[in-house]
Design a protein around this ligand. Sequence first.
Ligand code: SF4
Ligand code: SF4
Length: 331
Amino acid sequence: MAKAKKNKSTRKADIANRMPLKLNPKRLDPETSDEAINVLIVGVGGQGVIMVSKVLAQICQNLGLQVKQSEVHGMAKRGGVVFSHVRFGKTVWSPTIPKGKADVLVALEWAEGLRWMDYLRPDTGIFITDTKRIVPPFACRSRILGADIGYLKDTPDDIIGKVAETFAIDATDMAAKEGNELAANTLLLGALSTTLTFSNEVWREVITQMVPPKTIDVNLSVFDKGQKWIEGSRKGEPVEGSAFIPLVQPEDHPVRTTLSIIEEWCKGCDICVKMCPERCLTLNKDQVVELADPEECTGCHICEWLCPDFAISLNPALNPPPNPIVQEAVA
Ligand code: SF4
Ligand code: SF4
């Protein structure tokens, strides 16, 4: 017998409710801990991994703690792997976190989070991750509509239970709804803040200093959302932003979607133009991408997934507008 399909809100509630619940967990306290506290932050270039680690390190410095931070961001500009180790406490020796010793793993990209999970402490490690998926170009080589995407198939359901606590948050989507999807990293800072003893005031003060002045309000707002998300899921309440939509290209995908290009964010890098399977994108005279051949666009999402500057997005194909693909330039 075919299983009844769950609607999106039911799935959200399911995922939240299956989280291991600790209503009043003991927060990590660097003032009383004999060992350094280890937070590993991972993601890909352009997501703000370094900003997260700098906020954390700055708070530690302001509070007079010893803190060491080491990072790799050589490929940061165009979607390469970025990670940062932050260790803090009364005394810190090595700047890097050994495998199995991270207290908290904060992942800004789903697959990167899974790749680093063995750095978490097996019994007490806390995994906080955005469910945002950025598919690397080599995973999109097949041009056949409906072809398998070479990207990890694991869902939050598959990993819950492998570490002490897992919080899989659709942070990018939640930040976008607040007006700036690039603030997803601050939303995860809000989630991280619930695992440490630092006061809200010190978090908010340092975030205010570190983000561009025009984005202070949205960053503080999503910081609160991240905190509330964790509190809600610990109580087993249905929370916004938990849905995990499988990465598949259905063969009967209706070619009815809207492609939006934020012209100000497009750096003209040409990645989407080169990787579009249907060759329907082009750079205009201002070196900004355009949908040159809307009839050919299959709505495969590859341009959206590959753009390192988040300049392209497609409306969900599950809710198609009445007209065929159109380009909306968002100023
Ligand atoms: S969604 Fe993007 S990559 Fe896919 S066919 Fe359309 S323009 Fe090309
Ligand atoms: S839309 Fe993104 S991937 Fe395409 S040219 Fe602009 S910055 Fe590059």
